[in-house]
Write a protein that binds this ligand. Structure first.
Ligand code: AMP
Length: 223
């Protein structure tokens, strides 16, 4: 896929490198030439120095043939303006933007842009890790109403069926990592030592899960 990443700071450089490593044709733009030092030395792609607000710079990066564009600068206005222009003027099919300052999140929603709020996401993950150790968040949906938690199952879950550990309607098993592989479990799957279980849960489900994790399977909902 032809992909352009705009902004070669810590975020954009890491993204561009991952995309390059997975076999894509990557162009990266930054107005600060020193920013390209963030790219690992084995990165191979088109490096374009210039301001992404300039049409000429976007064209040099190959926007006319781009299938995806990732806006990863530290300026929310730049990200929104360039994303909008790429979609409207150049017809780039897949445009993804980084929301840098959470105070500007609504701006992205107004333009109906596919947005990753890295600060908000990081804050939510750290908050969860502090308040609920043992249940790592691996994905968050909407405004965080539903999240996927990754649980290293405790000894008292071993030999138990998934349906006995999860609350119906609030928790759904998503994946089970076992012996270095992954499978999709069902409610009847029996848990084994060393299993890592991914569960999609609401806030109510999470509370129940955490009680189950810490209370030897005797947890309950006390809300
Ligand atoms: P970071 O916050 O470390 O992810 O870095 C953000 C990067 O975005 C920096 O390297 C900036 O130079 C770059 N940047 C900010 N605005 C623009 C712009 N209008 N055009 C190109 N690069 C930009």
């Amino acid at each position: 896929m032809n992909i352009i990443v705009v902004g070669c700071g810590r975020f954009g450089a890491a993204l561009a490198y991952r995309l390059f490593k997975s076999g894509h044709n990557v162009s990266i733009i930054d107005r600060n030439p020193d920013a390209f030092d963030n790219l690992p030395p084995d990165f191979v792609g088109l490096i374009v120095e210039g301001d992404a607000l300039s049409q000429d710079v976007l064209i040099r990066a190959g926007i006319e043939k781009a299938e995806s564009l990732a806006l990863a600068t530290n300026s929310d206005t730049t990200n929104v303006v360039v994303a909008h222009a790429a979609r409207e003027a150049f017809g780039v099919p897949n445009v993804v933007v980084r929301n840098y300052d959470p105070r500007y999140r609504s701006l992205y929603d107004e333009f109906k842009l596919q947005t990753v709020s890295s600060v908000l996401w990081g804050v939510q993950c750290m908050e969860e890790a502090i308040l609920y150790p043992g249940a790592e968040v691996s994905f968050s949906f909407g405004e965080g109403e539903v999240k996927i938690y990754e649980l290293a199952i405790p000894a008292h879950w071993e030999g138990r069926k998934i349906k006995d550990m999860l609350i119906k309607g609030e928790c759904v098993p998503v994946a089970l990592i076992r012996d270095g592989g992954a499978l999709i479990p069902d409610q009847e799957t029996v848990l084994e030592k060393g299993d890592i279980l991914q569960v999609s849960a609401t806030a109510k489900g999470r509370k129940y899960l955490l009680a189950q994790l810490s209370l030897g399977g005797k947890g309950g909902l006390d809300t």
